[in-house]
Design a protein. Sequence first.
Length: 461
Amino acid sequence: MQYVSTRGAAPVLTFEEAMLTGLARDGGLYVPAEIPAMKAEDIAALAGLSYEEVAFRVMRPFVGDAFTDTEFGDLIARAYAGFGHAARAPLVQLQPNHFLLELFHGPTLAFKDFAMQLIGQLFEAALTRRGERVTIVGATSGDTGSAAMEAFRGLDAVEVFILYPHGRVSDVQRRQMTTVSEKNVHALALTGDFDDCQARLKDMFNDFAFRDGVRLAGVNSINWARVLAQVVYYFTAAVSLGAPHRAVSFCVPTGNFGDIFAGYIAKRMGLPIEKLIVATNQNDILHRTLSSGDYAPTGVVPSISPSMDIQVSSNFERALFDAYGRDGRAVGQLMAELKAGGFHVSQGALERLREDFASGRASEAETSAMIARAKAEFGELLCPHSAVGVHVAQDHLGATPLVTLATAHPAKFPDAVEDATGIRPALPPRMADLFDRPERITRVENDLARIEQLIRDEVMA
Ligand SMILES: *Cc1c(COP(=O)(O)O)cnc(C)c1O
């Protein structure tokens, strides 16, 4: 299996190389040269299998010869052993033909654990075999950071730095990053918003002297392996609702377009998905783009669903690549226009996007109202991100079963949940002492040279 860049001007890589590299050297994102198809009978055969077994069968063709079957199976088993639910991604019914896919039973209580726990295992196995060390730098809107630290803490082969927007993550999210005691992980509080964090991260990847000097690797959803791990739960959910014999739709709370893009890959592999519904909060650039064709960032307005407070949505580039017939030059052109303020999606590309994607948005008031309603009517305590999804899903209920992704545990966002319902959700027992642990934070300005210096000093120390 070979991987190509969405901008068409970077070396073609293997799975392992693309995983260890992160961003392509032409600024693009790696995608498989071809999407392997899964036959209907092979999809039907997934029914009744464990999550780990489905994960193996769905991901195996993408991985090529990076790992043997036995190795890959063992790494998957280790990745999901620490989850707090036997099904890993259980499905519960909310309304007639409307289901909630609970993706928050991993160690840091958000869906990011599904990919990050696996990536931690894959990185360690690959780096140990190669005898190499890497420096992982990540940007987080709140949940990727803790998931990465949890997955990589204490490993010899990696030094981890996470940039998060100072003052714009919940207290639980911050403490999950700042109270990790292992010395190979570092939380950097940047003065700015998530888009600033992600922009500095991309700058570091485009500074080849720095990139090569510290052996920079990325675990944001720009990393293909992240997206791949998330394809799996689309299969487990759809199959348990009758796929491949029955089509299913998904409603996905979206920021960086990574999670929903994984659903698109599942569809391209042959899973019968009718619609993939993009659900945004008030930072609704993806909803506006799918409605009008204009991709025009307006600046982030902080919301009660902070993990989706994003206006420059990295993985949308992967969707554009396909919508433009895999024309890397056309995508490169759009991204150059984005640097200058925004771009317009061509009519043909927009029509192609709309074949797979629908969209909606939830205001702050609508999000709060849905948290309250879900508790009162469905008996479910939703995190604000999941509530954005359930709100948008209301416009799409019908004959096709609809699955809304519950992306985080309500206890990660206790203030928003308490404001809406009067109930303050408790952290699971294993995290009950989170607020007693000492914090370790480094403040950084939104200044590339200083961030790079800090990382170099730490890595060379
Ligand atoms: C990351 C995150 C999202 C958005 O996921 P994307 O892949 O960036 O679209 C939604 N909800 C929660 C809780 C998250 O942590």
